[in-house]
Design a protein around this ligand. Structure first.
Ligand code: FMN
Length: 146
């Protein structure tokens, strides 16, 4: 079981990837080991190797995952991850009826695997700076407290 914080992103136009990289930089500055990966390159079954995963995920289409994230979420229902802690930052836009639907699906999917929320999911509209900072502050507090 790795103590490295895994930071996964699911992105089409790059925002979630940028925030994942920034999150890793902030955690490393706080002396925490952090690793960043695209969910497209990360087999969901490997979540079992980590203690903590942070997922930053955008929603596309009409409430859909980014196309290259579909396999990752489809693999979740068979996983049992009772030792995993997680936090989801969901990116979206209130201009769409299914606001942040993919982030919600990931958050619920991980909970159904038995994983434990580090903190409640935060849903972001397109002006996301304040929500991102609130989420990151919560993550840092929870990681420092454990
Ligand atoms: C074609 C298109 C479809 C989108 N569909 C949704 C949607 O269904 N729900 C939602 O909340 N946001 C939707 N969004 C907004 C994106 O999730 C949002 O812009 C996000 O910040 C993009 O992050 P990314 O750059 O990491 O892909 C859509 C954006 C585009 C351009």
């Amino acid at each position: 079981m790795s103590s490295t914080v895994l930071i996964l992103y699911a992105s089409v136009s790059g925002t979630a990837e940028e925030l994942a990289t920034l999150t890793a930089r902030k955690l490393r500055a706080a002396d925490l080991a952090a690793e960043v990966a695209n969910v497209a390159d990360f087999p969901a079954v490997s979540l079992a190797e980590f203690d903590t995963v942070l997922i930053i995920a955008s929603t596309w289409g009409e409430g859909e995952p980014p196309p290259d994230a579909a396999d990752f979420v489809a693999a979740l229902p068979v996983l049992h991850l009772p030792r995993l802690h997680f936090a989801v930052l969901a990116l979206g836009s209130r201009a769409y009826p299914q606001f942040c639907a993919f982030g919600r699906r990931l958050d619920e999917g991980l909970a159904k695997c038995g994983a434990q929320r580090l903190l409640a999911r935060v849903d972001c509209d397109t002006k996301l700076k304040a929500d991102f900072e609130r989420w990151l502050a919560g993550v840092r507090r929870m990681l420092g407290a454990r």
